[in-house]
Design a protein around this ligand. Structure first.
Ligand code: OSB
Ligand code: MG
Length: 368
């Protein structure tokens, strides 16, 4: 790939409403935006999804910036690649730091699709023309959560996810179920439980949840296998699947029936696709997770979700779920609960330069 330069920008924007889990609240979002400039003026876009502090994974905005600037961009400049599917091999001399790697790797995929003149979804083998939108309610106040759910259902969302913890699970879910007996509903615990809570988790079986996401340790696949053997609700793994091999081992052990795939968490679109292909061949259902992200990362998620194994609506909502104004144009829109997969080259969205200028707090350019 003929690369002229890579640009990094750190952006910062307040959320319309705080997003709360038992681990804390997110009120403001920072992210690293990557632009890879190729020949003929093509630009590939990527977004680093690490948070400002290491509450969800060990990476942060600052650590991913450091990895990009001091290791990943220099590696790309020194060795080069002929196709984005070689990027993760190129980056393999850097341990982990998956979100930093994915930020650059996804930009390379977007660039490649633009060079070939095809949508990114087509380049990776996607088949869907539109994808169903799911939404996450991160609000521990039950009355407010119910109001939010009502409004999301009016907007046509196909599936709702709520955050739970031992502080409030049975009551919270039962009240939602009372109002919405048939709603495709799932719960995400972000590692709030231990195996001692099997009874609490088993009690949720009666609510017919689509799945319970990451109930136990954030790096565990052993205890989850024990748990799955004792509850009816399908276990979905998020935090503890950070590589293809993690996914393979979790499936072999019976640690989960569903996997949440996040491009950033697994280190790139190439790894995300490998996990998808494996799960598809094994009958393990997958869906695309969300990271309270801006439009670039959402666009990559839309392309990923166009693959045939994504059979459950992801945490993919429109730009207006969290932002007064997104950094892309057009913004991502949910219509009748569906999001159209773009048919223009690459991710199918442009950076909104005016908006970028308003929210950029730092930027740097690396010439090749
Ligand atoms: O556990 O899936 C998660 C957001 C930030 C960090 C972790 C998670 C989430 C979500 C997705 O639940 C929220 C969204 O992007 O809409
Ligand atoms: Mg999760």
């Amino acid at each position: 790939m003929d690369i002229k330069a890579v640009k990094l920008a750190i952006i910062k924007m307040p959320l319309k409403h705080p997003f709360t889990t038992h681990l804390g609240s997110v009120t403001e979002r920072e992210a690293v935006i990557v632009e890879v400039e190729g020949h003929n003026g093509f630009i590939g876009y990527g977004e680093g999804v690490a948070f400002s502090s290491p509450w969800y994974t060990e990476e942060t905005v600052q650590t991913s910036y450091h990895m990009l600037k001091d290791y990943l961009i220099p590696l790309l400049k020194k060795k080069g690649i002929s196709h984005p599917d070689q990027a993760l091999e190129l980056f393999s001399s850097v341990r982990r730091n998956h979100m930093a790697k994915a930020a650059l790797e996804t930009a390379l995929w977007d660039l490649q699709a633009k060079i070939e003149g095809v949508p990114l979804s087509t380049l990776i083998g996607g088949t869907r023309e539109s994808i169903p939108a799911g939404v996450v309610v991160g609000n521990p106040n039950l009355a407010e959560a119910l109001k939010q759910i009502e409004s999301y259902l009016e907007q046509g969302f196909k599936r709702v996810k709520v955050k739970i913890s031992p502080e409030d699970d049975f009551h919270y879910i039962s009240e939602i179920r009372k109002q919405y007996p048939d709603l495709p509903l799932m719960a995400d615990a972000n590692s709030a439980y231990s195996l001692e809570d099997v009874g609490r988790l088993k009690a949720l079986d009666e609510f017919g949840l689509l799945m319970i996401e990451q109930p136990l340790g954030y790096d565990d696949i052993i205890d989850h296998a024990r748990l799955q053997g004792q509850i009816e609700t399908p276990v979905c793994l998020d935090e503890s699947i950070v590589t293809f091999d993690d996914a393979r081992k979790a499936v072999e052990l019976g640690s989960c029936k569903v996997i949440n795939i996040k491009i950033g968490r697994v280190g790139g679109l190439g790894e995300a696709k490998r996990i998808h292909d494996f799960c598809h061949s094994k009958g393990i259902r997958v869906w695309a997770g969300g990271m309270i992200e801006f439009g670039i990362s959402r666009a990559h998620n839309i392309a990923l979700t166009s693959l045939p194994g994504f059979t459950i609506p992801g945490d993919i909502s429109g730009s207006d779920r969290y932002w007064e104004q997104d950094i892309i144009e057009p913004e991502i829109k949910v219509e009748n609960g569906m999001i159209k997969v773009p048919d223009s080259p690459g991710i199918g969205f442009e950076l909104n330069r005016k908006r970028m200028k308003e929210v950029t707090v730092f930027e740097e350019r690396f010439e090749f």
